[in-house]
Design a protein around this ligand. Structure first.
Ligand code: NAP
Ligand code: ZN
Length: 359
């Protein structure tokens, strides 16, 4: 049981103190366990590219210190007096959200990410409404979360490889379901990183033909190993021309600036390009790229809590998890640099046992 100050829960983790500083050990407090709260000892936390965007304030306005991490798997340590869904010892997950109003139409529809009261409470970098300050994420030894935002991790799964599903899984499952990826559909996955490689596995399991579009020559063969039917190098103009008018749906997971207009030509008439990647600069669209062929440019974020549970159960049944490199937390800054260079196959996951060495 962690030490308590008053009733607050003491935590240790890694934080960035400014957009240009490295992540370093950081001690902080979490709110006392409320009646509906679950205290979770964190076992594993994936490193999403959003963590890097946030730690480096690439989307501007990050609240420091930033303790990133929203791909959390852990064990329930304690529960508040009215918690009925979980008990000590349960293996659970926490994704990008830890709260929402619960009353608005979006929350009632299971779309907590669109909560009308200013959006949900994000796992890190949102106002911590009960004790002030802001929320801290999963690069830490523990977390306190409302039971309604805690997910049940299915039995017999690899816990470290399942952690990335808490964000990469839900963010790719949701648009693939929404836009009806399935037999007879050709689905492109643009960018073979953390999100992209999970998208390949899920789209394949749904029965779609899957074609990876990558900017990295070294990933072409890997894409096939991961289950793609084909893989194209986006810098190869002749190949790209050959695939014009071929895709029903493209999931764009790219984290940096890129030109969408050429890529939109790959869609069939009525095809859909769905942005899930969040580059920090605006993308430029030529209206003709959409008007010709009645194409749809859409966006998609993570799934709601109910859909995230559905995704976890779906992936467990089909033995879908991330391909991971497990690291101690002391290597987090190197991991960030390697992700930005595209040098990870395909998700770093922090083994939180290593945090003991930073005490
Ligand atoms: P990641 O592991 O770094 O993968 C991004 C991939 O984009 C890279 O592997 C690379 O794939 C491609 N890429 C990177 N730089 C590029 C460039 N300059 N030009 C072309 N391609 C480039 O990142 P991730 O964790 O999957 O996250 C991807 C993006 O999704 C991030 O912006 C993240 O913030 C965002 N995200 C959004 C949501 C949401 O709710 N919508 C949730 C999670 C993450 P290739 O080497 O194959 O080209
Ligand atoms: Zn994420």
């Amino acid at each position: 049981m962690p030490k308590q100050n008053g009733n607050r829960i003491r935590s240790i983790g890694y934080a960035a103190n400014s957009a240009h500083s490295k992540l370093k050990p950081f001690s902080f407090e979490r709110r006392p366990l409320g009646p509906k709260d679950v205290l979770i000892d964190i076992l594993y936390c994936g490193i999403c590219h959003s963590d890097i965007h946030s730690a480096r304030s690439e989307w501007r306005g990050s609240m420091y210190p930033v303790v990133p991490g929203h791909e959390i798997v852990g064990k329930v340590a304690n529960t508040g007096s009215s918690v009925r869904k979980f008990k000590a010892g349960d293996i659970v997950g926490v994704g990008c959200m830890v709260g929402s109003c619960g009353r608005c139409a979006s929350c009632k529809a299971g779309h907590e990410y669109d909560c009308a009261e200013g959006g949900p409470t994000w796992t890190y970098g949102s106002e911590e409404r009960r004790i002030g300050g802001h929320t801290y994420g999963g690069y830490s030894n523990n977390i306190v979360v409302d039971q309604d935002f805690v997910l049940r991790i299915p039995k017999n799964v690899d816990l470290a490889a399942t952690a990335p599903l808490m964000c990469a899984g839900t963010t790719t499952y949701t648009p693939l379901r929404y836009w009806k990826a399935g037999p007879g559909q050709t689905v492109g996955v643009l960018g073979l990183g953390g999100l992209g490689h999970v998208a390949v596995k899920i789209a394949r399991s749904m029965g779609a033909k899957v074609i990876v579009l990558t900017s990295s020559k070294g990933k072409v063969r890997d894409a096939l190993r991961l289950g793609a039917d084909e893989a194209l190098l986006t810098s190869n103009r002749a190949q790209m021309r050959k695939y014009m008018n071929s895709f029903n749906l493209i999931i764009d997971t790219v984290s940096a600036d890129h030109d969408l207009n050429g890529l939109l030509q790959l869609l069939k008439p009525d095809g859909k390009m769905v942005l899930v990647g969040l580059p920090s600069n605006p993308l430029k669209i030529d209206a003709f790229s959409l008007v010709n062929g009645h194409k749809v440019l859409a966006g998609s974020g993570l799934g709601g809590i109910k859909e995230t549970q559905e995704m976890l159960d779906y992936c467990a049944r089909r033995m879908i998890a991330a391909d991971i490199e497990l690291i101690p937390i002391q290597k987090v800054n190197q991991a960030y640099d390697r992700i930005v260079k595209g040098d990870v196959k395909y998700r770093f996951v922090i083994d939180m046992k290593s945090l003991q060495k930073s005490r």
